[in-house]
Design a protein around this ligand. Structure first.
Ligand code: OVV
Length: 402
């Protein structure tokens, strides 16, 4: 990285490319450079602003009027560029439309509404734990994270059993498309058309099981709360945001535990820690690392003038390790006070699916902690590179019964 001198500009300039393979493979040293360069930094490679600090990220997310989502939350600016798919009606929208839609989907995904799913998640988790204890040598992404989520989440939404494997490449494409059109993006877009068609077909009312979460969105059409043409795109948000994020959160959490055996022991001894343990894993290795906002007027951040219609890169992964906000930020500690981390975002767009994500993972880790005494790394863990996600492609583990 080069820092411009004060004579050249009144703000730091960086040559970091947050979408390069080097950065994505190990973002943490780059995060530190970004944070230490200043509260707000100009990224020369992509001609956009960036912040890696918790306070500035939080301030930006708290002001959605000035820092809008409707021009896209990726690097593409929908004011100037055509989106690759019709924009999300939740994620890529602003008040007042966003507020109305979020209220409906928020009710569908509320903790109270999800309570009746818990028993189903427990059955799936118990069966999975049984299988992995028989195997003992496992690859945690294919043996735990993917099969668990591909069972419980589509079951909850109410989609059919066949073709669920499409959900993984679809999610990869959705998240890669928040980055630039680099090799990683192009690779994940190859052959995406039939995958997208499968997704959209599963968002139609006649293909959603009555009583499932997807069908509840259509119930809101009947009461007049949701316009009929919005319903399939709202269901699409479940299938876009609910898979890769949670698959990665499970893989990343297992990696955290495998590399911090004392923390796994602590969880086994006190299963009541499962809630804070999962939150800590999402702080420490945040699945959804990166997104953008777009300025809607001339403004400033930390005294640096920001012009209208500028993209602003926000690094949740970095904010979650910002030493200005966290004591010993690089320590994975399931007992730490981790409220206020950016792993689920913040403000009006804060993760609406976090209740179901937490229910899924808390049930899984509770079942595992009851039966599994230790989790050890048994081979090279490799990352599945994505422009904005952090998650594993392979995680070989040896598990030992209690
Ligand atoms: C949070 C998130 C990620 C990806 C897609 C969506 C949301 C969506 O609403 O489609």
């Amino acid at each position: 990285m080069t820092l411009a001198t004060a004579e050249q500009s009144a703000f730091p300039v960086s040559d970091i490319d947050p979408f390069s393979k080097e950065y994505l493979g190990d973002p943490y040293p780059y995060h530190e450079q970004l944070r230490e360069a200043g509260p707000i930094v100009w990224l020369r490679k992509w001609d956009c602003w960036a912040t890696g600090r918790h306070k500035e990220m939080n301030d930006v997310l708290a002001d959605p009027q000035t820092f809008s989502s409707s021009a896209g939350i990726g690097i593409a600016n929908f004011n100037n560029e055509k989106p690759w798919r019709p924009p999300s009606l939740l994620l890529e929208s602003d008040p007042p439309e966003h507020t109305r839609r979020r209220a409906v989907v928020g009710k569908v995904l509320s903790a109270g509404n999800l309570r009746r799913l818990k028993a189903d998640f427990e059955v799936a988790a118990e069966a999975l734990v049984e299988r992995i204890l028989e195997k003992r040598q496992i690859e945690a992404v294919r043996d735990i994270a993917e099969p668990y989520i591909l069972k419980v989440f589509p079951d909850a939404v109410g989609i059919g059993k066949s073709g669920r494997e499409n959900l993984i490449p679809y999610g990869s494409a959705v998240f890669n498309a928040f980055g630039p059109q680099n090799d990683i993006y192009r690779e994940s877009m190859r052959g995406i058309e039939p995958v997208s068609e499968w997704i959209m077909s599963n968002c139609r009312r006649e293909n959603l099981r009555p009583g499932g979460l997807g069908s509840e969105v259509y119930d809101a059409v009947d009461t007049g709360e949701v316009p009929p043409d919005e319903a399939p795109i709202l269901v699409r948000s479940f299938l876009s945001a609910g898979i890769d994020t949670t698959v990665h959160s499970i893989g990343n959490a297992l990696w955290c535990f495998a590399t911090h055996p004392d923390q796994w022991k602590k969880l086994c001894a006190n299963p009541g820690l499962v809630r804070s343990a999962f939150l800590e894993a999402v702080r420490f290795e945040s699945p959804f690392q990166t997104y953008f906002r777009t300025s809607t007027r001339d403004t400033s951040i930390a005294g640096v003038p920001i012009a209208n219609n500028q993209k602003l890169f926000l690094s949740a992964g970095s904010a979650n390790r910002d030493p200005r906000r966290w004591e010993r930020p690089d320590v994975f500690d399931i007992e730490r006070q981790n409220l206020g981390h950016m792993g689920f975002g913040a403000g009006i767009h804060g993760c609406i699916g976090q209740m179901i994500a937490r229910l899924e993972t808390e049930v899984l880790f509770t079942a595992m902690a009851r039966r599994i005494a230790s989790i050890a790394i048994a081979g090279p863990a490799t990352h599945r590179l994505n422009n904005v996600l952090r998650g594993l492609d392979t995680l070989p583990l040896t598990v030992t019964a209690q």
